[in-house]
Design a binder for this molecule. Sequence first.
Ligand SMILES: Nc1ncnc2c1ncn2[C@@H]1O[C@H](COP(=O)(O)OP(=O)(O)O)[C@@H](O)[C@H]1O
Ligand SMILES: [Mg+2]
Length: 245
Amino acid sequence: MAEKTNCKYVLKAEGLVKVYGTTVKTEVLHGLNFSVKSGEFTSIIGYSGSGKSTLLNILGALDVPTEGRILFCGEDYGKMKPDELADFRNKNLGFIFQFHHLLPEFTAIENVLIPTWISGVSGHQREKMNRRAEELLEMVGLKAFIHNKSTDLSGGQQQRVAIARALINDPTILLGDEPTGNLDTETTDQIYDLFRKINQTYGTTLIMVTHNDQIAKRSDRIIELIDGRIHSDREKAEETRADVG
Ligand SMILES: Nc1ncnc2c1ncn2[C@@H]1O[C@H](COP(=O)(O)OP(=O)(O)O)[C@@H](O)[C@H]1O
Ligand SMILES: [Mg+2]
């Protein structure tokens, strides 16, 4: 498998506690510890309200823990200045959500290029990014739909565009919060095939929240949260891991 970074553990969560509220305080994560290996495909499962989104947002530096810290290849998110953190996130982390959040008036390729408009690439770099966006859309199976408006695409196709968009900056980690929560079983299956392909082609580390236990079995590792605690953490043996066909 292609490895993206030199560090063995791309993420380490140490003593993560999350408390919401100021007057009425609710602790929703109660001191989580785990590490994610570079190139690993992890699912986070658990009932609604168990803290999956809260955890994913903290892992993705979209939210901060009340106590504890996250290390990315040994580097503490909490020590980065806000603009450093924004830059770090843009370069190293890709996000996909249950709803694709594509811009309806734009084509598939324009939607994929949006993150590069934000980081302000120019000239020669722009050409390179255009080619990369085309390659990514081909990789996610949308070669024939590159210039279609996103509203002309099916739900599964729109989610594929969102996946290509999340990969445009070649992130080390791709994080998804119930990315197939809105899709039928067959489309969900196809999207998970695509996740495996991304994992094997680019060596991307994947962390996917799902409440679909069956689909979670397709990843290398399943972390189950119950009431803000890690109830189980099961890793498949290397030799039984799925191979891309
Ligand atoms: N912004 C917030 N303010 C207060 N409570 C929150 C907030 N976000 C989530 N919660 C609470 O934290 C708990 C965990 O929520 P969440 O992380 O969304 O769980 P899941 O994604 O597993 O459904 C729930 O009880 C939820 O109501
Ligand atoms: Mg959630």
